[in-house]
Write a protein that binds this ligand. Sequence first.
Ligand code: ATP
Ligand code: MG
Length: 561
Amino acid sequence: MANEEKSLNFIEHIIEDDLKNGYSDEQLRFRFPPEPNGYLHIGHASSICLNFGLGERYEAPVNLRFDDTNPEKEEKEFVDAIKRDIEWLGFTWDQECYASDYFQQLYDWAIGLIKAGKAYVDSQSSEEMASQKGTPTEPGTHSPFRNRSIKENLSLFERMKNGEFEEGVHVLRAKIDMASPNMLMRDPILYRVLNKAHHRTNTDWCIYPMYDWAHGQGDYIEQVSHSLCTLEFLPHRELYDWCLDQLVSPEKLRPKQREFARRNLSHTVVSKRKLLQLVNDGVVAGWDDPRMPTISGLRRRGYTPESIRNFADTIGIAKRENLVDVSLLEFHAREHLNKIAPRVMAVLNPLKVVITNYPEGGEEWLDAENNPEDETAGSRKVPFSRTLYIEREDFREQANRKFFRLKLGGEVRLKNGYIIKAESCTKDTDGNIIEVQCTYDPKSKSGSGTEESLRKVKGTLHWVSVAHAIEAEIRIYDRLFTDENPDGHKDRDFMEFVNRDSLKVVTGFLEPSLREAKVGERFQFQRLGYFNVDNDSKPGNLVFNRTVTLRDTWAKIQQKS
Ligand code: ATP
Ligand code: MG
């Protein structure tokens, strides 16, 4: 078994106990059950890694089950996106299942319930039903329709199915206990009429089962051994068990619902409904906007599947909800990208440097290592010439001794190139520096083996040759929300905390090796961060996203402000 060295989480303890108490390895089966009403987000990644991780650990099948019982919000587009995202994360499901595959079976079972006197058609308004629910400390009261005859219930339920009623006129309710301390057991609704076409069953059905009358049943049909869900379903467990009691036969395995805590990420929201609002309100460009905490947004942003899986494995699962800092996710992105991303040079805020003692019109192609973390990554050539760009922030006329970048009279090494010394600079009429004149030491070329090439200077700068540089659109992202927990304010809506400056677009100047960069390819722009080629990129019109900076500057900026 994999992960043997890691200590078991509490779900694994439950499974180990079950294995000791009579379950066989072959009986283990899991499922990941998304509702196709939006795109998967980073919270789902935790559930995916949990379920598929258990599958790997116990060599057990994991089903992908679409929980598609609400045609009002569900769409094929979401089904396809969910499948794409799970595959991209690197997991393979056993069966692809849909709650809608079970509509006929669920209906037949509901008829069985009615015949057993355990379900009835209620013809009250939802307000009337709500007024009878009672409170957690006071019992509810019975519906006047609770004692309808079995015959009348069967007839009405069939007519509901046949489309004879408008929405809301009748519902099917389980007849359990209106005095139960668990409000969910107070005659919960099992079926309602919805005159909506379903993305798979189209208009075959106009009654749809509620979650509680579909989920455990689906688990039972698929013989899922451990049905893992988030904590808000804890009070549903009793109903889950009640529903199973009505159908489980002794020779079949009885699924178990167990709960774990939702994972929340700081500076964002993880709720499909709220993410949909961001899309619909135009706060972001779509579900896969690189600022979104969706799997597709993170993918487009340049995250690797490995970094997301490592993040989910590191935070593990918990019994209590908490807020995980987004910088931990970014840490995992850096950690993996550091190993795999080729290094290149790009200047995003250019300042012109002229090497006055370098021959006019001269050029040479310098050796540059692609990735010091990866011996197999090889090297490339970068062009050097008399006129270069460096970052504006890397030059100051005067600076103290802690400024290891370029200042008048000071020296720096140009990455992969020569040592230069700043001699003078020119300014425009407003006093802005527009050019720095430098001299270079011709013997100091990196890797040339001369004594001068080994000479140590404090700073090393990245640069590009102006004549050879290619221009690209660079998209720089900031947190989507200014507040750490936008969703955590009682009297303020999460939308109030949207960061209106979360996207900045600049023109970058890139070394020419990037001319052929393909959509999705990831790079380290040296000293700046990790960047990838965005979907909007076209040959001759490159667009890059900044995935993450090289260091966690956010925490520092926050401390200062
Ligand atoms: P949302 O509110 O975003 O729609 P959901 O729970 O309704 O979330 P589902 O599609 O029903 O979304 O979720 C599929 C599975 O993923 C469920 O088992 C659910 O419990 C789990 N899940 C959803 N969000 C999280 C989260 N933030 N952390 C961990 N697991 C989650
Ligand atoms: Mg949901």
